[in-house]
Design a protein around this ligand. Structure first.
Ligand code: ADP
Length: 331
């Protein structure tokens, strides 16, 4: 049975947040423990689509993101931790897929429409932004995985990936790619973790709790988090569904149901929620911070070099299958 799984994060920021963890990384760790063959990619090419002016920073970030993977529990011996740009097959398959992907499919992607407006018009918008899902498809299909664990926001890109794979098979008459599953967390709070301000947690909104924040930073952020606006006093009824602190309690506190009931009934105040949340969140993050502190740049580079070698084995085999299906010379 195919137990290969591919997933990745862009290195557009040096640190991952608890949204990245809940939406994706935590599932990677769980699947690693269940015996899946995890390919954990740091997507540095993808970060360039919006950060091409800061290319050197993207490279620094890539190492930091890889450190977060290992800190969160990815074991580089059992799982493959690698950097996208170290495996040149990603660029090659992206080029071939770009030839067979209709433009209309890409223009319809909702995140493209949003990001395009942010980039400031056609003169500034890079070609790579439109092609983002094509590169992502190459990233995934190179490993011919059974599934791809991601947060809810990635679903539209993943659909295109299976469409491109099917189109390739049909065009060249061979079943090189079998459709993969999208493994989105069933729990809606995990699939889309709210930020401290209750918008989606995202580094671009500056509303994140990072895995590598210190205990004090975490406590200070929770103190400033959005709660039920009409709950001024402890006795005022709260609305846990609209309160960031209650949402995080649901993720991290074993007693969240009681905490929610008491919040709703006006039997507990926001201060108590914040205090209890700070304790459980810091407890969850403590081992990650400890593991991260042990990883220097040389250690992570060694992990990435080993990962690239293992990733290349599968990627080069896929490229041979692709070229053979196309009737091209196979090296
Ligand atoms: P960002 O949204 O901060 O730019 P990325 O686009 O690099 O993060 O996403 C990396 C992974 O983390 C993807 O699988 C994505 O679905 C997941 N993810 C990002 N933000 C969240 C969130 N708030 N809740 C759940 N998953 C998320």
């Amino acid at each position: 049975m195919n137990k290969r799984v591919l997933s990745g994060m862009r290195s557009s920021n040096p640190r991952l947040h608890i949204g990245n963890y809940e939406g994706a990384l935590r599932s990677w760790v769980d699947m690693q423990e269940e015996g899946y063959d995890m390919f954990c990619m740091v997507a540095d090419y993808h970060a360039l689509t919006t950060m091409y002016e800061d290319a050197a920073q993207v490279a620094v970030n890539a190492r930091e993101v890889a450190k977060d993977y290992v800190a969160a529990g990815i074991d580089p011996k059992r799982s493959v931790v690698f950097r996208q740009s170290d495996v040149t097959e990603h660029a090659e398959l992206h080029l071939l897929f770009s030839m067979i992907t209709p433009l209309g499919w890409l223009e319809r992607v909702p995140t493209y429409k949003e990001k395009k407006d942010d980039m400031g018009g056609a003169e500034r918008e890079p070609y790579g932004l439109l092609g983002y899902p094509v590169l992502q498809t190459a990233d995934i299909l190179l490993y011919r995985p059974m599934g791809v664990p991601v947060g809810r926001d990635q679903a539209p890109h993943l659909e295109i990936g299976n469409d491109i794979g099917t189109r390739f098979n049909r065009l060249y008459g061979q079943e090189v790619f079998t459709p993969y599953r999208y493994l989105i967390p069933k729990d809606e709070t995990r699939a889309k973790v709210p930020g401290l301000d209750m918008r989606k947690m995202s580094k671009s909104y500056d509303n994140c709790i990072y895995l590598s924040d210190t205990e004090d930073e975490t406590a200070a952020k929770i103190k400033s988090a959005f709660t039920t606006p009409t709950k001024m006093r402890k006795t005022d009824p709260g609305i846990p569904e609209g309160c960031a602190v209650c949402q995080y309690l649901k993720l991290y506190s074993p007693q969240w149901q009681t905490q929610w009931e008491e919040d709703r009934a006006g039997e507990r105040g926001c201060m108590q929620n914040k205090k209890e949340l700070t304790e459980c969140l810091n407890e969850m993050l403590r081992p990650m911070r400890e593991r991260r502190a042990e990883l220097d740049d040389a250690a992570i580079e060694a992990i990435l070099a080993d990962g690239a070698e293992r990733a290349r084995e599968v990627a080069s085999e896929t490229m041979r299958m692709v070229k053979s299906a196309m009737g091209w010379p196979v090296r």
